[in-house]
Design a protein around this ligand. Structure first.
Ligand code: 2P0
Length: 325
């Protein structure tokens, strides 16, 4: 009744923002992401018959808020298996948690992948993606590697709001530099930010109405390995998501000064002919996606920006997989 899995964070190029069903965690729009390689979550899950409680350790410590979400996710797995055993979960990340690097995506993808096997559930990756989505939306995408699309879905029970792979990482091996501009936990989490946006931003309906077009453009760019087209649509989707959230009341301002300066720096590089574009999530870090040949130049340019604390670097990677506990 024990299994361990690894999953990596993903970064959306066409963003998810907004829920049409908060209980089932169904999104108002589809999204497209890339799964990273060298940042990971490794999670060891053991179910103990007779135990009633769950014991959760994250990076060697207990964390009450995350513990609650993990317990809710374990409940979905237990319900599926028809058991009520308590679990022991030990999970660690090799990157800073709660710093806008989607630790919930890799975390819940790894938890569902390990937990399902520990319970002897024979679930396809698509079925695991549906379960992971219910724990954290973006986790649906981290079951798969490379370029991934998570469908909006139309069914009320959410069984078709699932991720699927579009293209393997090796087929278009882009690199990602992550400029860390703050290590503080964000003030407004994504779930609350999305709720506030849906209730108060006047741009919510325009966001929903324009997403299908963006997804089509990104799908074509990925299929044709058209870097310039992907750069244009990814920066557009990122800035549009932030414009939507900025127009909430009170406005959601996830950037700091260094975030903005990094975006300018990336655009200046692209104007000089360097194949690179930025994207920014619900936090102040800037992810610069580039051709492999440009990675050292991009890292050096970002390191040079005042307020950048560190620059991580990763290739694109595979989806969730079993590891030795
Ligand atoms: C994304 N983000 O597509 C978007 C862009 C942040 C900005 O998915 O409430 O942690 O658990 O479903 O998945 C972050 O939100 O939110 C996110 P929940 P999640 O990557």
């Amino acid at each position: 009744m024990r299994a361990a899995s690894q999953a990596q964070p993903n970064i959306a190029l066409v963003k998810y923002w907004g829920k049409r069903d908060a209980a089932l965690n169904l999104p108002v729009v589809g999204s497209i992401s890339i799964t990273l390689e060298s940042l990971w979550t490794r999670t060891d899950v053991r179910f103990v018959p007779g135990h009633k409680e769950d014991r959760v350790s994250l990076n060697g410590r207990s964390d009450e808020a995350e513990g609650k979400r993990i317990k809710a996710c374990l409940n979905l797995l237990r319900e599926r298996a028809g058991v009520d055993y308590g679990a022991e979960v030990a999970s660690r990340n090799n990157f800073p948690t709660a710093a806008g690097l989607a630790s919930s995506a890799s975390g819940f993808a790894a938890l569902v992948h390990a937990g399902a096997r520990a319970l002897g559930l024979d679930l396809s990756l698509a079925e695991q993606s549906v379960l992971a989505r219910r724990c954290s939306g973006s986790a649906a995408r981290s079951l798969f590697g490379g370029y991934v699309e998570w469908a909006h879905g139309t069914l009320a029970d959410g069984t078709d709001s699932v991720a699927r792979p579009l293209l393997d990482a090796e087929a278009w091996p882009l690199r990602v530099a992550v400029a860390i501009t703050s290590t503080a936990a964000k003030q407004v989490g994504s779930t609350e930010g999305m709720r506030r946006t849906a209730e108060t931003s006047p741009y919510q309906s325009a966001w929903i109405d324009t997403q299908e077009t963006d997804l089509g453009v990104a799908r074509d760019a990925i299929r044709e390995r058209d870097f310039d087209a992907l750069a244009r649509i990814a920066e557009y989707s990122c800035l549009k998501m932030h414009a939507l959230a900025l127009a909430a009341q009170p406005g959601l301002l996830y950037w700091n000064g260094a975030t903005v300066e990094c975006m300018h720096r990336v655009r200046a590089l692209r104007q000089q002919g360097v194949p690179v574009f930025f994207t920014v999530d619900a936090g102040p870090q800037v992810k610069a996606v580039c051709a492999p040949s440009a990675i050292e130049q991009v890292k050096a340019a970002l390191r040079d920006v005042a307020g950048v604390l560190d620059v991580l670097d990763t290739a694109l990677g595979e989806g969730a997989r079993a590891i030795v506990p």
